[in-house]
Design a protein around this ligand. Structure first.
Ligand SMILES: Cc1cc2nc3c(=O)[nH]c(=O)nc-3n(C[C@H](O)[C@H](O)[C@H](O)COP(=O)(O)OP(=O)(O)OC[C@H]3O[C@@H](n4cnc5c(N)ncnc54)[C@H](O)[C@@H]3O)c2cc1C
Length: 380
C-alpha cells in the first residue's frame, strides 16, 4: 500500500517549509526566551491558509484536508515547537469540533474568523481533578431560560491567555457520568469568564497556557456545541485526530533536531577529524534516521486512514506513542552530538529537547495511549 502524499501535499510541504524558514525560524528563539504569544505569526498562518487548511473555502478555509494540516504541523515544528502547539490547539482542537459538530450559524460566526486567523481559538477539557480521567469533569452548565450558566475551572489551556474563542466541556446531567457532558463555545470577555496567570513551563514558551475560571458565566443557549450530553463522545473524536497532530509536532521537532545534529557532526572537528567520522556518532545518526523514517511512515498511514474514513483510534494511539518516544530519543541524541554546545541555549537543539517533552503528556499521556492500544488488542 502506498501512503505517499499527493502533489497538493507536496506543494503544502514546500510552501510551509519556505514560510517556516523565512519567517518563523528567525523568531523561534525569541518566542522561547520572551514567552510572548506570537500574534503576528498567527495572523500570517491565517493569511497563508494554514490555520484553515482542513476546512472548505465557504468557512474561511483553504479546501485542503487533515493530511495537509499534519504536514504543516510537522514543518512548523521543525523550526518552532511553540508555534506548532499553538496551531494544533487552534485548528485541531478548537476549529475542528466547531466544523464537525457546530450549527451553520456557529460555523459562520466562529469558524470563519478562526480559520482566517482573525481570532485565536483554544480548547478547555482538563480540570484540576480531571486530567487523564477527563470524564471526571466538575465544571457544571445549567440551563436558565435562553442561556447556559457555567461554573467551574479548566487548567493548562493552550492559547488560553490569547484566545478569543474557547471550546470547553461541562457537565449538563451529573447523574449520567460521561453521558452527561456537553460542549460549549465561549467568547473572550463574557462576564464570569476569568483567566488565570500564565504558567511557567519547561518549554513550549509563548503558548499562553493558563487556567480558565467560570463564575456564573452566562452564555447564549445557542452556544451549546452539538447535541446536549454528547460532549464526551465529541472530544474522544477530537482527540483521536489530535493524536495525529501531536505526533506530527513530535516528528517535526525530531526532524529539526536531527538536521542540526547532522550538520554539526560534519563540521565539528575533534582529534583531527570531523566527529561524523567516529563510529559512535554514526550509530547515533543511523538510529535517529531509522526512528524518524518509521514514525513518518506511521504518521502518513494514520493520516491516510483518517482521510479514507476508516476507524483509527488504535492506530492514532500507536502513532502518538511511537512518534513521541522517537522525538525524545532523537532530540536526546541531537543534544549529545552537539556535546556541551547542545546544552547551551544559543543552539536550537536544547529548546527542541525541552519542547518535545510535552508531546508524551498532552492530549493523553503515553500511559493512556498504551491503555487504549491494550484495550483494543485484548478486546477488553
Ligand atoms: C503545556 C501543556 C499544554 C496543555 N494544553 C491543554 C489544552 O490545550 N487543553 C486541555 O484540555 N488540556 C491541556 N493540557 C493538559 C494535558 O492534556 C494533561 O496534562 C494530560 O492529559 C494529563 O493529565 P494530568 O496532567 O492531570 O495528569 P494525570 O492524569 O494526573 O496523570 C499523572 C500520571 O499518572 C498516569 N496515569 C493516570 N491515569 C492512569 C491510568 N489509568 N493508567 C496508567 N497511568 C495513569 C499518567 O500517565 C501520568 O503519568 C496541557 C498540558 C500541558 C502541560
Amino acid at each position: 500500500m502506498n501512503f505517499e502524499t499527493n502533489d497538493e501535499h507536496r506543494m503544502i510541504r514546500k510552501m510551509v517549509r519556505d514560510f517556516a524558514e523565512k519567517e518563523i525560524a528567525p523568531l523561534a528563539e525569541e518566542i522561547d526566551a520572551s514567552d510572548q504569544f506570537p500574534h503576528g505569526l498567527m495572523r500570517r498562518l491565517g493569511e497563508l491558509g494554514i490555520l484553515g487548511m482542513p476546512f472548505p473555502e465557504a468557512y474561511g478555509g483553504s479546501d485542503g484536508d487533515y493530511f495537509g494540516l499534519v504536514i504543516a504541523l510537522e514543518e512548523v515544528a521543525r523550526v518552532s515547537g511553540s508555534l506548532a502547539l499553538i496551531l494544533d490547539a487552534h485548528t485541531s482542537l478548537c476549529c475542528e469540533p466547531i466544523y464537525h459538530f457546530g450549527t451553520e450559524a456557529q460555523r459562520q460566526k466562529f469558524l470563519i474568523p478562526l480559520a482566517r486567523g482573525e481570532k485565536v481559538g483554544a480548547f478547555g477539557l482538563t480540570e484540576p481533578q480531571a486530567g487523564s480521567d477527563a470524564g471526571a469533569t466538575l465544571t457544571r452548565a445549567v440551563r436558565d431560560d435562553d442561556a447556559w450558566v457555567i461554573n467551574g475551572q479548566k487548567v493548562f489551556t493552550t492559547n488560553g491567555s490569547a484566545a478569543d474563542v474557547f471550546v470547553i466541556t461541562a457537565k449538563t446531567d451529573p447523574d449520567k457520568g460521561t453521558r452527561g457532558i456537553s460542549s460549549f463555545i465561549i467568547e473572550k470577555g463574557t462576564p464570569g469568564l476569568r483567566l488565570g496567570r500564565e504558567e511557567k513551563k519547561m518549554g513550549l514558551n509563548g503558548t499562553g497556557t493558563c487556567a480558565l475560571f467560570f463564575e456564573n458565566c452566562r452564555i447564549p443557549a445557542e452556544n451549546l456545541l452539538g447535541a446536549e450530553n454528547e460532549g464526551f463522545k465529541q472530544f474522544m473524536i477530537t482527540l483521536d485526530a489530535g493524536r495525529i497532530a501531536i505526533a506530527a509536532m513530535a516528528l517535526g521537532l525530531a526532524q529539526g533536531a536531527f538536521e542540526r545534529a547532522v550538520a554539526y557532526a560534519k563540521e565539528r572537528v575533534q582529534f583531527g577529524r570531523p566527529i561524523a567520522q567516529f563510529q559512535a556518532i554514526q550509530w547515533m545518526v543511523a538510529d535517529m534516521a531509522t526512528d524518524i523514517e518509521s514514525a513518518r511512515l506511521m504518521l502518513n498511514k494514520v493520516a491516510w486512514m483518517k482521510e479514507q474514513g476508516l476507524r483509527y483510534t488504535k492506530e492514532a494511539a500507536m502513532l502518538k506513542l511511537l512518534a513521541t518516544e522517537v522525538s525524545e530519543r532523537v532530540c536526546y541524541k541531537a543534544v549529545q552530538i552537539l556535546g556541551g554546545y547542545g546544552y547551551i541555549r544559543d543552539y536550537a537543539v536544547e529548546r527542541m529537547y525541552r519542547d518535545q517533552r510535552l508531546c508524551a503528556i498532552g492530549e493523553g499521556t503515553n500511559e493512556i495511549q498504551r491503555l487504549v492500544i491494550a484495550r483494543q488488542v485484548l478486546e477488553l
